[in-house]
Design a binder for this molecule. Structure first.
Ligand SMILES: Nc1ncnc2c1ncn2[C@@H]1O[C@H](COP(=O)(O)OP(=O)(O)OP(=O)(O)O)[C@@H](O)[C@H]1O
Length: 909
C-alpha cells in the first residue's frame, strides 16, 4: 500500500458508483503475417495530365471587412429629392448639405460600436435603452479586418482592395461589394472624393501607375463599364449605362446586352469616366443621407478587349475586377421616405434581401451538401448578374460599412447579424472555369468575361504543356513555365482574324475535355474504392490471424486441463483405495470414489454413468446402491468404486473394481450393488452387471468388511471377463444377508454370452462374532467358447451334498483355466476360523445363488439398472431378506430348506 496515501476519514464513506471501466485492450494484431501489397498512389501522371499549380489558396473563406465611418454629421432634417436631371453633382460636394438643410450636431456623441481588435467589434445598446430594453452587448468577430473610424481610404485600399487588384492584374477575376445601411459610407468607400479617392480611383491608379514591374504592362489596354440597376417608378428594375449617352441596355439571363465598354489607358481617363458615371447615378436626399444612392452601381474593369460586332478578341486573359456600390438599406422611420422614395426604398431593400438570401443559401449549401442551392439569384437583376459570385464559383469580398452612432444601433445591429455569417462561406468548391456552360461564356453583350475565355486559354495551355512534356521529359518546370508564358503571349498576339478558328477549336475541344475529365474523376473514384477494399481486407486478415492464435491457445489450455484431470482421477482413485484399506481412521468417514475412466483411443466414444447411493442409519445400517454403469468403448480401463462405512467400531468395505478393455465394440455395464448393514443384519447385494463387449477384461471386486463388536466381515468379489469379437452379457446378482441369526449369500443370476470369456468370481465371506470368524471362499471359473454359459453350470461343482473338505473351513475351488480365478477371500483372515459353515449351508448358498433375490428396499428404488420384481411378492421389513422368502421365491424343496436351516442354527449354537 502506498505510504503517501492519507488514511481514510472514519466519518466519511465513499461510495463509488459505476467505477471507471477500463477500455478493453485492443487485440494484438500481428502485421507480420500480412503480406498484402500496398496500393500505390493514384497514378496522376499517367491518367491525368499535369495541371498548372493553382496559385489561389484552398479553403479560402469569403473575405468580409468592416469599416466604421466617423461620427461627423447628423441626419438631414429636410430631405431634398433630386431627379436624374439634377445630376451631375460633384461628388466632392457630397458632404455639403443641401441648401436649406439643417445640420445639427448629434445630441449624443457616444457610439454603439467599439472596435476590439482588427477582427472583432462589440456592439453595445444605447444608454437610453438600458432601462426599457435589452442591455446586452454583442461581439462580432471573424472579420478579415475591421477598419475603425479613423482609417483612411488608403489604408482600406492597401488592406482590402490591393490584393484584389493584384490578383486582377495576375489574371484573376475578383469582386468587391459594399454593403451597409444608408449613409454608412459605401459610396464614400467605393468612389470617395477627389481629395480622398475611394477604391475605384485607387485601383485604377494602381493599375496604370503603381503596378509592379513584373505585371506592369503599359501596352495593355483596359476597358471599363459602369451601369446601375434601379427601379422604374418603384415597380420594375431597369438598367442604365452610366458611360453612354443614353443607349439602351438590357439583361439577358446573366449578361448585360448593349453595355458600353470604354477603353482606358491611363488613370486620368479612368477618373474622368468615374466622375461621369457618378454624376449620372441616381441619388436622392433622405433623412439619413443628403445624396443617398437609389440604385445598385456596378463598375467593371476588364483588361480584355470588348467584343466588337460578335468578334471575340482572345488577347485578354479574361480577368475582370468588379466593384459594386449597393444602395443602403433604409428604414422608413429613419428615412421618412414617401411616395417614389418609399418605392425606391422597397426596391433597394428587396434587392439587398435577395442578395443576402443568395449568400445564406450558399452558406447552407456548403455546410450541408444535401441542401440544394436555392436559385434566389433569379429574383433580381443584381443577383442574376452576380450569379457566379453568389454561387461560389468566383471569389469576392464584402465591405460592410457601419455607422457607430447610438441612433444607428438598429441599422448596425441588423447589418452585423445578417452579414457576419457570410464570412463562413468558403471558396474551395469553386468550379473550374472550363466546365462553365458554354452559354455563360459571354456574360456581357459587349464584354468577354474571364469565365468565358478562360476555358479555352486554360485548355490550350494544358494541351501545350502536355505535348511539351511528352516530347521533352528532361526539361524542368522552369522551362515549362517559359513555354506557358510564350504560349500565352502567342495567344495574346493573335489577331482578330484568327479568333474565329480558335473559337471553333475551343468548341470542338470542350466536349472531349469534359469527357476526359469525367473519366479521370471516375478512375479516381474506382481507385479510392479499391484502396478502401484493400484496407478492409487487411483488417479481416488480421482478425483471422488473431482468431487462429486464440484457437491454438484454447486448445493448449484444453489439453492441459484434460491431462491434469486424468492425472487427478488416476491419483485420486489409487490413493483412495489404498487409504481406505490401510488408514485406520477411515472408520469415521464415508468416502466414495467414482470410477476412473481412461480412454486411450480417440476414435471411440465412451459413456459412463455411475450412480452410487449410500443410506445409513442406526437401524438399517449402510445401503450402497450402484445402479448403473455403462461403458461404450472399444478399449477402456475401468476401475470402480470402494465404499467404507464404520459403525460402532465396525468397518465395512466394498471394493468394486472393474476393468473393461474392449476393442471394436461397445461395452455396457450396469451394476447395482447394495449393501445393507445394521447391527442386526448386514446385507450386500450386487444385483446386475451387464457387460457387452467383444473383447473385454473385467474385474469386479467386491469386498465387504464388517467389524461389529470386534467382528469382521469381508466380502470380496472379483470378476474378470475377457471376450473377443462377441458380445458378452452378464447379469449377476449377489445378495448376502448376514445377521446374528442368519447368513445368506446368493448369486442370483449370471449370464454370459460371449465367444471367449474368462470369468473369475471370488466371493469371500467372513464373519467374526464374539471373536469368531467365518470364511466362505468360492472359486468359480467358467470358460466359454461359442456358447452361452450361465452360472447354473456350476451347480454340479457346488454340490450341497458333498462333504466339506475341511471341518474348520469351507472352501470351494473350481479351476478350469489358469487365467480364471474365482475366490472369496477374507481381507483380514483369522489364523484359523473357529466356526465354519456346514455343508448344508454351502448347498444353501449355492442354491440361492442361482436365484434372483432382491430386497424390498430395492423395489422402492425402482430397481435401477436391474430387473423388476413381481408385484405379488410380499412386502418385507426394511433391510434384510428372510430365508423363508427366498425359498418361497425359488421354490426349493421344503426339506432342503428346513434341513439347511436346522444345520445352520445348530452350527451357530
Ligand atoms: N469614412 C468616412 N470619412 C468621412 N466621411 C465619410 C466617411 N464615410 C461616409 N462619409 C460621409 O458620410 C456621408 C454619407 O456617406 P455615403 O453617401 O457614402 O453613404 P452611403 O452608404 O453611400 O449612403 P447611401 O446608401 O444612402 O448612398 C457622405 O457625405 C460621406 O462623405
Amino acid at each position: 500500500m502506498d505510504s503517501n496515501t492519507s488514511p481514510p476519514c472514519p466519518g466519511i464513506i465513499t461510495v463509488r458508483r459505476n467505477p471507471p471501466r477500463r477500455a478493453r485492450a485492443t487485440p494484438q494484431m500481428t502485421p507480420k503475417s500480412f503480406d498484402l501489397p500496398e496500393i500505390s498512389v493514384f497514378p496522376n501522371d499517367d491518367v491525368l495530365p499535369p495541371q498548372k499549380p493553382s496559385t489561389s489558396p484552398e479553403n479560402e473563406n469569403l473575405k468580409v471587412f468592416l469599416r466604421i465611418r466617423p461620427l461627423s454629421s447628423s441626419p438631414i432634417q429636410a430631405p431634398r429629392v433630386r431627379g436624374k436631371s439634377a445630376w451631375p453633382q460633384n461628388p466632392a460636394k457630397k458632404n455639403v448639405p443641401a441648401a436649406g438643410a439643417k445640420i445639427s450636431k448629434s445630441k449624443n456623441s457616444s457610439t454603439c460600436v467599439t472596435v476590439n481588435d482588427s477582427q472583432s467589434v462589440t456592439l453595445s445598446t444605447p444608454v437610453s435603452w438600458h432601462e426599457s430594453k435589452r442591455i446586452k452587448s454583442e461581439t462580432y468577430g471573424g472579420f478579415s479586418h475591421v477598419f475603425s473610424s479613423g482609417s483612411s481610404q488608403f489604408q482600406v485600399y492597401e488592406r482590402m482592395m490591393k490584393p484584389l487588384v493584384e490578383e486582377f492584374l495576375g489574371g484573376k477575376s475578383g469582386m468587391l461589394a459594399a454593403l451597409g445601411p444608408s449613409g454608412s459610407g459605401k459610396t464614400h468607400t467605393v468612389f470617395g472624393t477627389p481629395r480622398d479617392p475611394g477604391m475605384v480611383p485607387l485601383a485604377l491608379r494602381h493599375i496604370f501607375e503603381d503596378a509592379e514591374p513584373h505585371v506592369k504592362q503599359p501596352s495593355r489596354t483596359f476597358y471599363m463599364s459602369i451601369f446601375e440597376i434601379c427601379s422604374e417608378r418603384g415597380k420594375a428594375e431597369k438598367l442604365f449605362d452610366l458611360l453612354s449617352d443614353g443607349g439602351e441596355i438590357s439583361m439577358q439571363q446573366s449578361s448585360v446586352k448593349g453595355l458600353k465598354e470604354v477603353p482606358i489607358s491611363n488613370k486620368e481617363q479612368a477618373e474622368s469616366l468615374i466622375a461621369q458615371a457618378t454624376l449620372k447615378r441616381a441619388t436622392a436626399m433622405t433623412n439619413t443621407n443628403s445624396q443617398s444612392s437609389r440604385s445598385q452601381c456596378i463598375i467593371n474593369i476588364c483588361d480584355a478587349p470588348p467584343k466588337c460586332k460578335g468578334v471575340v478578341n482572345p488577347k485578354s486573359n479574361s480577368a475582370v475586377l468588379t466593384i459594386i456600390d449597393l444602395a443602403g438599406a433604409e428604414r422608413e422611420k429613419r428615412t421618412g421616405n414617401q411616395g417614389a422614395r418609399l418605392h425606391e426604398s422597397n426596391f433597394i431593400n428587396n434587392t439587398l434581401m435577395v442578395f443576402g438570401l443568395c449568400l445564406r443559401s450558399l452558406l447552407e449549401h456548403q455546410k450541408n451538401r444535401k441542401k440544394p442551392l436555392q436559385k434566389h439569384f433569379q429574383s433580381s437583376m443584381l443577383t442574376r448578374y452576380l450569379r457566379d459570385y453568389l454561387e461560389g464559383k468566383k471569389r469576392m469580398s464584402l465591405i460592410l460599412t457601419a455607422k457607430p452612432g447610438e441612433e444607428d444601433y438598429l441599422d448596425t445591429s441588423y447589418l452585423l447579424r445578417q452579414a457576419s455569417p457570410y464570412m463562413q462561406i468558403k471558396y474551395n468548391e469553386v468550379e473550374p472555369s472550363n466546365i462553365v456552360p458554354k452559354k455563360r461564356h459571354y456574360q456581357g453583350s459587349s464584354i468577354m468575361d474571364d469565365s468565358k475565355l478562360s476555358p479555352l486559354s486554360e485548355n490550350l495551355k494544358r494541351m501545350r504543356l502536355v505535348s511539351e512534356h511528352t516530347k521533352q521529359n528532361d526539361k524542368n518546370s522552369a522551362e515549362e513555365r517559359e513555354n506557358i508564358t510564350e504560349d500565352s503571349s502567342a495567344l495574346g498576339k493573335l489577331d482578330v482574324n484568327s479568333s474565329v478558328s480558335l473559337k471553333s477549336e475551343f468548341d470542338r475541344q470542350v466536349p472531349s475535355e469534359r469527357s476526359h475529365i469525367i473519366m479521370q474523376n471516375f478512375a479516381k473514384v474506382i481507385w479510392n474504392v479499391l484502396k478502401q477494399y484493400n484496407s478492409k481486407l487487411k483488417v479481416a486478415e488480421m482478425e483471422i490471424e488473431s482468431l487462429k492464435e486464440s484457437i491454438v491457445n484454447e486448445k493448449t489450455k484444453y489439453w492441459k486441463i484434460e491431462t491434469q484431470l486424468n492425472e487427478f482421477k488416476a491419483n485420486c482413485t489409487c490413493c483412495k483405495v489404498g487409504n481406505i484399506k490401510n488408514d485406520p481412521e477411515y472408520c469415521s468417514s464415508v468416502s466414495l470414489v467414482q470410477p476412473h475412466i481412461a480412454e486411450q483411443q480417440e476414435t471411440f466414444h465412451s459413456e459412463s454413468s455411475f450412480l452410487a447411493r449410500v443410506d445409513q442409519s442406526d437401524e438399517d445400517g449402510l445401503v450402497l446402491s450402484t445402479s448403473c454403469t455403462q461403458l461404450c468403448s472399444e478399449n477402456s480401463d475401468r476401475e470402480a468404486f470402494s465404499l467404507t462405512k464404520p459403525e460402532h467400531h465396525s468397518a465395512s468395505e466394498v471394493d468394486d473394481g472393474s476393468k473393461i478393455l474392449s476393442e471394436s465394440s461397445d461395452a455396457q455395464s450396469s451394476s447395482d450393488a447394495r449393501l445393507d448393514h445394521s447391527d442386526e443384519r448386514p446385507t450386500l447385494g450386487t444385483s446386475c452387471t451387464q457387460p457387452d463387449a467383444n473383447m473385454s477384461d473385467r474385474k469386479l471386486s467386491t469386498s465387504l468388511l464388517n467389524a461389529e463388536d470386534h467382528n469382521t466381515l469381508e466380502v470380496e468379489a472379483v470378476r474378470k471377463r475377457s471376450s473377443e469379437s462377441f458380445d458378452a452379457q452378464s447379469l449377476s446378482e449377489v445378495r448376502l444377508d448376514l445377521s446374528d441369526e442368519e447368513l445368506t449369500l446368493g448369486t442370483s443370476c449370471s449370464q454370459l454370452d460371449c465367444e471367449k470369456s474368462d470369468r473369475e468370481i471370488s466371493i469371500s465371506l467372513s464373519k467374526a462374532e464374539d471373536h469368531n470368524a467365518s470364511e466362505i471362499e468360492a472359486v468359480r471359473k467358467i470358460p466359454s467358447e461359442l456358447f452361452v454359459s450361465s452360472s447354473s453350470t456350476e451347480d454340479d461343482k457346488l454340490d450341497p451334498l458333498s462333504p466339506p473338505k475341511d471341518a474348520s473351513s469351507t472352501k470351494i475351488d473350481n479351476l478350469v483355466d489358469p487365467r480364471d480365478k474365482i475366490g472369496v477371500d477374507i481381507s483380514r483372515k483369522p489364523p484359523k476360523p473357529k466356526r465354519t459353515l456346514m455343508p448344508s449351508s454351502s448347498m444353501l448358498s449355492r442354491d440361492l445363488s442361482t436365484f434372483d433375490l432382491c430386497d424390498e428396499s430395492e423395489k422402492s428404488k425402482g430397481n435401477r439398472g436391474t430387473r423388476k420384481l413381481s408385484a405379488h411378492e410380499p412386502q418385507r421389513s426394511n433391510g434384510s431378506i428372510s430365508l423363508l422368502h427366498l425359498l418361497q421365491c425359488v421354490d426349493l424343496p421344503l426339506w432342503n430348506v428346513s434341513s439347511a436351516l436346522q444345520l445352520q442354527l445348530a452350527n451357530y449354537r
